[in-house]
Design a binder for this molecule. Structure first.
Ligand code: HAM
Length: 458
């Protein structure tokens, strides 16, 4: 049997009803905050993530699905074509050389490119922002829903293909993209969204990771503090201590934790502007009544973050308890060769969000309003009636005239239909149909024109 690849899974009904419920709810909330949808490609050039997310991050250094895309044609194919050409034309060697030159150029143009399945979507959105000059629109408020790919060790709540619901607020500073009001609005929207989904026991952890200028001094202090202790740390940390000391805070190795606890924290190195910005975000959050706790170890696993960084955790999720994460990335556009475009965003792990819902699929699934049971030879009439009822926005399950009445009743009950509608020869002649309420057992004769109203309970 061929099975779904490790770390990937099929989402099946009825659980897919929950996914649709979540997506409909978040689209509603995004609309209320004036966000619009963006859809970027699922694969991008590898360089985008290397430069955007950062070479030293776990995501880029260990977890990406990367491959060399095939060129327009292979070297073998090119050589074969050249041989054919030589044979056909009977050209002398020196003339052939010109053709070789041309073919080499073609091979060069068609050469493979390194591509990667997106491990996250912020880099893709910022690439699109730059490519389409979206800064001309002022502040862009964009959201996305879609699959991401990371080659992590699969476990509960952690998959190799997982889904994110994310949003980014990005634009020129003149459009207010740098304002702490934007950070607070994004965080307040998230609180609203989780409340709307009746996820109550979340915890917002907040930190400021400073500007890149603040981090020069911090990195220096970290390197110094790591120098005498790094040899006792894991191989990853030993490397990080030299190349990108901030990433030491990503370490999950239990033995390294006591050492990490003693390291300096970014909060001690925030410049005046960063500190004020962070305080302003907290003030607004307090004003609008969004609770949060400060966590000065929170640095997030991606290199693009500046200033505000956050995660929402949820107790019921176990080890993978981060339901969403995000923060500011004021220098990302420039790092990707674009204009200055401060931004802030987040991504919710949709798999984890669905896991933490109190709702059950049964609770959100719209069951058929009516099961249309066709008696012998009545498939056409039943289909006509089902078509009419569906036009009234009713959920209709259509039976089959090979079913006996008993089997139709069983099928209607199994489908969870509210009513069963009998379509037999007599009913068609009378243009009135037997409609039975499957829970109360009440049965009535209803004229065709009144069926939809009756089923809807009007
Ligand atoms: P991230 O923290 O890497 O941030 O991922 C965001 C969320 O995606 C996590 O909190 C988690 O819920 C979910 N997630 C990550 N990896 C997996 C996995 N293997 N299986 C299931 N769920 C997973 C980002 O991706 C940033 N792009 C967020 C952002 C947007 N920052 C600014 N704008």
């Amino acid at each position: 049997m061929i099975k779904a690849v490790r770390g990937t899974r099929d989402l099946l009904p009825p659980e897919t009803a929950l996914w649709n419920f979540v997506e409909a709810a978040v689209r509603d909330v995004f609309r209320a905050y004036n966000f619009q949808e963006i859809r970027t490609p699922i694969f991008e050039s590898t360089e985008l993530f290397a430069r955007g997310v950062g070479e030293e991050t776990d995501i880029v250094s260990k977890e990406m699905y990367t491959w060399e895309d095939r060129g327009a044609f292979s070297r073998d194919e090119a050589e074969k074509r050249l041989d054919e050409l030589q044979e056909k034309l009977g050209l002398p060697d020196h003339e052939i050389r010109d053709h070789i030159k041309l073919v080499k150029v073609l091979i060069g143009e068609g050469k493979g490119q390194s591509l990667t399945l997106r491990p996250e979507n912020t880099a893709g959105v910022v690439r699109a922002y730059i490519q389409h000059d979206l800064g001309k629109n002022g502040l862009n408020k964009l959201y996305y829903i879609g699959p991401q790919f990371r080659r992590e060790r699969p476990q509960k709540g952690r998959y190799r293909q997982f889904y994110q619901i994310g949003a980014e607020v990005i634009g020129p500073a003149s459009a207010g993209s740098e304002s702490p009001a934007r950070d607070a609005e994004v965080l307040e929207m998230l609180a609203t969204l989780l409340d709307r989904l009746r996820i109550t026991d979340w915890n917002l952890e907040l930190n400021s990771v400073g500007t890149s200028a603040d981090r020069v001094a911090f990195n220096e202090a970290l390197r110094k503090a790591l120098e005498p202790v790094k040899d006792r740390m894991c191989a990853d940390c030993q490397r990080r201590a030299v190349t990108n000391p901030l990433r030491v805070f990503d370490c999950k190795v239990p033995e390294d934790q006591p050492i990490i606890e003693t390291l300096p924290r970014i909060t001690q190195f925030l410049g005046e502007d960063s500190r004020k910005h962070f305080e302003a975000v907290q003030e607004i959050l307090t004003k609008v009544g969004v609770r949060f706790s400060l966590n000065d170890r929170l640095v997030r696993g991606l290199d693009y973050y500046t200033r505000t960084a956050f995660e929402f955790t949820h107790g019921a999720l176990g080890a993978q308890n981060a339901i969403l994460g995000g923060g500011r990335y004021d220098g990302l556009s420039e790092a990707l060769g674009g204009p200055a475009a401060p931004g802030i965003g987040f991504a919710i792990g949709e798999d984890r969000l669905v896991m933490s819902l109190k709702e059950t699929a049964e609770g959100v699934l719209r069951k058929p309003d009516v099961y249309v049971a066709a008696m012998a030879g009545m498939n056409g009439e039943a289909a006509r009636l089902a078509r009419e009822l569906r036009r009234h926005d009713l959920v209709v399950e259509l039976g089959d005239d090979s079913f006996r009445l008993k089997k139709s009743f069983e099928a209607a009950t199994k489908a969870g239909a509210k009513y069963i509608l009998i379509v037999g020869e007599n009913e068609v002649k009378a243009d009135a149909f037997a409609l039975k309420n499957l829970s109360s057992g009440e049965q009535v004769q209803v004229a065709r024109g009144e069926l939809a109203g009756k089923i809807r309970g009007q």
